[in-house]
Write a protein that binds this ligand. Sequence first.
Ligand SMILES: Cc1cc2nc3c(=O)[nH]c(=O)nc-3n(C[C@H](O)[C@H](O)[C@H](O)COP(=O)(O)OP(=O)(O)OC[C@H]3O[C@@H](n4cnc5c(N)ncnc54)[C@H](O)[C@@H]3O)c2cc1C
Length: 423
Amino acid sequence: MVAGLVSGMPDDPGPICVVGAGIIGASAALHLVEAGAREVMMVDAGQPLSGTTPAGAGFVARFGSDHNRRLGACTIPLQDYGLDFYRRMHESGADLEFASNGNLVLARTPEVLEVLADGILGHPQVSAATRRLDADRVVDVMQGAVDPAAVAGGVYMPEGIQLTTALANREVLRRLEESDVEVQWGTEVTGVSVVDDSTTGLETTQGTIDAATVVLAAGAWTSALLDSVDRRLPLVPMVATRFVSEPVGLSPLMPTVQCLELHLWLRELHGAFSWGGGFAYRLVSALQAEGLEFGYERPVSQTLLDAQLTFQENVAEVFPALSGLAPAETIQGVPVYTVDGGLYAGAVPEIEGLWALAGDSESGITHGPGMGKLVAQLIMGEAPFTDPDPFRLDRVDPSAYPDEAAMVAAMAGDRIASAANRN
Ligand SMILES: Cc1cc2nc3c(=O)[nH]c(=O)nc-3n(C[C@H](O)[C@H](O)[C@H](O)COP(=O)(O)OP(=O)(O)OC[C@H]3O[C@@H](n4cnc5c(N)ncnc54)[C@H](O)[C@@H]3O)c2cc1C
C-alpha cells in the first residue's frame, strides 16, 4: 500500500467517461464501479470486441519475473492481480475457456537454457514452484507435443493461466451491463474538451458528452486522442499475427509456451495450435507505407500472413504436428510498445480529470485488470494496491523521442526489437 500519494485527489470525480471498451478500458470501468463511482459510462468507436483484444492469445503469466521482458519487477503485482482476477471470474462460473496449466519457456540449446535458468530462477521475485526441466521432462509437461531432440529443456512457471480473450472481455462487459453502465458503441471520440486545464467532456461523432473525469483506454488509437490535448507519449504500434491451425488432438493440459530462439509463443486451443511470434510482427507505419489500411477494424496484412506461413516449418521442427497444417483461422491486432518496455497508467500531466491507460506492451490481457484497478483507485482517492510511480505518464520525456525511428532505437533490448527494425 502506498498511502499519501493520493492526497489532493477528488473523492467525487463527477461523471466519468471511459474511452475504449477493450479489455483495458472495460476493466477500468468495472473497477471504478466497484470502487463506488456512481456515474460511469463508456464510448467505443467500434462494436463489441472489434479492437485488438480478441486477437490476443490469452497467456496470463508473471512476465515481470520472466527472462528478456523489459516490463520490470514493478509490474509483478499487476500480473498477480490479473491471475487472481480471471481465476475468480472462472470460479464464479463465467466461461472463459480458462485453464491453469502454467507457462513454459523453452530453450533449444544448452547455452540458452543456462541464460533462461539464470534469468528466471535467479530473479529475486521468482515464484516458489518455478523449476528447470530437462528435454524429457519438457516432453512430459507438453503431453508429447514436442520433439525431445529439438530442445535442450526449459523453465516452467506453474502459476501461468490461459483463457480466450474475447470471452474475458465479453464477461467484463456483461458485468458492466449488470451494473447499469451504459456503453455507447459506434461513437468515435474526436477530442477531449478542456477548460482552464480541467476536463469538461468529450467531442464525439454523436455529439458532446459532459464528463469531469475521462479515462483514455483506446488501445492503438490512444495517441490520436492525446494529440487532441497537445500531449504526447512515445508509443510504437505494431501489427501482430495469430494463427489457429486445424485441430490435431493437442492436449488441453499443455502449458502456454514461449521460445526465445524461435521468437515464438504457442498454446493449445480446442485441440489445435494457436501460435505466433516476432517473425510475423511489423510496425504499423511500415505496413501503411506498403498500403495497409488501418481504421477502427483489426488490420489484415497479407505480408505478415505470408511471413508466418514461411516460418511455420521452423516451428514444426520443435512441434512436429504443426508441419504442413493450413491455418484454419488467422487474426491480427495492434499491440503498442513503450520505449522503456513498461506500461502507462495514470494522470495526463497538467490536465485535471484526464487519465490514460496506454502502451500495453503486448500484455494487456495480463495487465488490463491491474491497470484498471490502479487507475480506478487513483481516481477515487483510494490508496493504490501498488506503487503507481513506475506507471506515470511523465516518467519518460517525449521530446527525447522526436520520431518513431528514435523510439525504435530505444527498444534495442526488447524481445521484438528485430521485428521493430524490419522495414
Ligand atoms: C496476436 C496477439 C497476441 C497477443 N497475446 C497476448 C497474450 O497472450 N497475453 C497478453 O496479456 N496480451 C496479449 N496481447 C496483447 C493484448 O491483446 C492487448 O494488449 C490488449 O488487447 C489491448 O487491449 P486494449 O483494451 O488496450 O485495446 P482494444 O481491445 O483495441 O480496445 C480499444 C478500444 O478503443 C476503441 N477506440 C479507439 N479509438 C477510439 C476513439 N477515438 N473513440 C472511441 N473509441 C475508440 C476501439 O474501437 C477499441 O474497441 C496480444 C496481442 C496480439 C495482437
